[in-house]
Design a protein around this ligand. Structure first.
Ligand SMILES: [Ca+2]
Length: 214
């Protein structure tokens, strides 16, 4: 009896921990279809396709694409195609952007795809979500403001970085939850970081973001 109660309490009060997995195609195996061994290729008609993207902080690189390229279902055709990827300006330390579904939706999965032959291939970002109902909700928290203090829920730290030298290629990261749902949210916040500080080329070439709703 006691153990059942304990279990129930554990389930009720268990901290929310999302599951993050990622897949990597080396430069030799990268392909135009973004076909991976364990993660599905990008979709055209997912919930992100009709979402509105807004820059919150940081500067996008002028040689890169507009934020809308992240959700248009179109993929870069080459390993170094700036105009088909979204990335923060060279020499800066990333930034933040928001995805708005207009109305709360049950989110099952968030997939992010990137492609570059070296240090701008891997991904490093924090993912937050919000339904917008918190009276303290700030839709535009700039760097220096912890989104968790203004109505956002921290979902996951996504890092595809490894100790191996081989950094370039295609990456797919996938965020899910063991319960089957990441929750009901209207907004996602992507807080993007550079993958290295050795030079000015650490901002990821993000190619596509897919959001699977219920
Ligand atoms: Ca898509």
């Amino acid at each position: 009896m006691i153990s059942i109660l304990k279990l129930v309490l554990l389930v009720i009060f268990a901290p929310f921990v999302a599951k993050v997995v990622f897949d990597h195609n080396t430069n030799a195996t990268a392909n135009r279809e973004f076909k991976f061994k364990n993660i599905a290729s990008p979709l055209k008609d997912d919930s992100a396709a009709t979402a509105k993207l807004t820059l919150i902080d940081g500067d996008l690189d002028q040689s890169g694409a507009e934020l809308s390229a992240l959700t248009d279902g179109r993929l870069p055709r080459d390993e170094d195609e700036p105009g088909a990827n979204v990335f923060f300006r060279a020499g800066t330390s990333g930034g933040r952007f928001r995805m708005d579904f207009t109305t709360p939706i049950e989110i099952i999965r968030v997939n992010t795809y990137s492609w570059h032959p070296n240090t701008r291939g891997p991904q490093l970002y924090k993912l937050y979500a919000a339904d917008g109902s918190d009276p303290k909700f700030n839709p535009d928290p700039k760097r220096g403001v912890d989104p968790a203090t203004c109505g956002w829920k921290f979902i996951a730290l996504v890092s595809t970085l490894s100790d191996k030298d081989e950094e370039g290629g295609q990456y797919a990261a996938s965020v899910t939850d063991a319960s089957g749902s990441l929750g009901k949210h209207r907004y996602l916040l992507f807080d993007c970081y550079v993958t290295e500080l050795h030079d000015n080329w650490g901002n990821t070439f993000y190619s596509e973001i897919d959001v699977l709703g219920k």
